[in-house]
Design a protein around this ligand. Structure first.
Ligand SMILES: C[S@@+](CC[C@H](N)C(=O)[O-])C[C@H]1O[C@@H](n2cnc3c(N)ncnc32)[C@H](O)[C@@H]1O
Length: 236
């Protein structure tokens, strides 16, 4: 896989995650100085998944996010199209399924909520995926997305961009057999939408009540939205 040819081709993205799956959880913690755990804990609070609910954790990777979101007793399903990532998380006691975000193998309105943590920026078509997710979530159901974003304070934004390139190059060179994968990850982080434009894409995909919460100066943002409830039948 060459970096230049990756360009979010789904097969190459899946193959790239297969390639980094063995060390993914550890690399993620090293790269974020352990902040990833805090970001998932906050996402879990925003998601507020309860016992009796069915929650889809899309782009779940090794299931590290799914295990966190299932803590309060909700039934959380880890879905991902990288078999390598799912396999690396098989020690986690969460149900797992191989699935592509753009063609979900679920019936309409089968989940109370859907969530994506550090996955959406890899989707080849963000809006189409958000429409597909809306199909499988019940009316009134929730969407919660945790993703890297744009620091709001310019000096932090400047330092953050430098840091991303530096740490990813370092990780790629010394901790991975696949340095191009880390270059792709860094570039995908820097090229991703800021808070407001992601909110707009979510709204354009048919979700309502879109809002976001900045974490760690906006390095990460959590977006939340709701699927519109069905209008009562109109009788003239
Ligand atoms: C950075 S990992 C995130 C894992 C986990 N959610 C976490 O909190 O760390 C991103 C995951 O998105 C998955 N992914 C990317 N595009 C996808 C798609 N179209 N459908 C399903 N999974 C996808 C990748 O296979 C990878 O496992």
């Amino acid at each position: 896989m060459s970096r230049a040819s990756l360009d979010k081709d789904p097969h190459e993205v899946a193959a790239m995650f297969d390639g980094v799956s063995a060390g993914y959880d550890r690399a993620n913690s090293v790269m974020t100085f352990g902040f990833d755990r805090r970001w998932r804990t906050t996402t879990s609070r925003v998601l507020d998944a309860r016992r009796g609910e069915r929650v889809l954790d899309l782009a779940a990777g090794t299931g590290v996010s799914t295990a966190e979101y299932a803590r309060n007793g909700a039934w959380c399903l880890a879905a991902d199209f990288s078999l390598g990532m799912l396999r690396s998380g098989k020690h986690r006691r969460v149900p797992m399924v191989a699935a592509d975000a753009l063609h979900l193998p679920f019936a309409d309105e089968s989940f109370d909520a859907a969530t994506i943590t550090f996955g959406i920026r890899n989707f080849v078509d963000t809006k189409a995926a958000l429409e597909e997710i809306a199909r499988v979530v019940k009316p009134g159901g929730r969407l919660v997305i945790c993703e890297v974003s744009t620091p709001t304070f310019p000096p932090i934004r400047f330092l953050y961009r430098r840091f991303i390139l530096w740490i990813m190059t370092l990780l790629g060179r010394f901790a991975s057999s696949n340095p191009e994968a880390y270059t792709y990850l860094a570039e995908s982080m820097l090229a991703w939408h800021d808070q407001r434009s992601l909110a707009q894409i979510i709204a354009n995909a048919g979700w309502t009540k879109v809002e976001w919460l900045n974490l760690t100066f906006g390095v990460v943002a959590i977006h939340r939205a709701q699927k519109p409830t069905r209008r009562p039948d109109h009788h003239p």
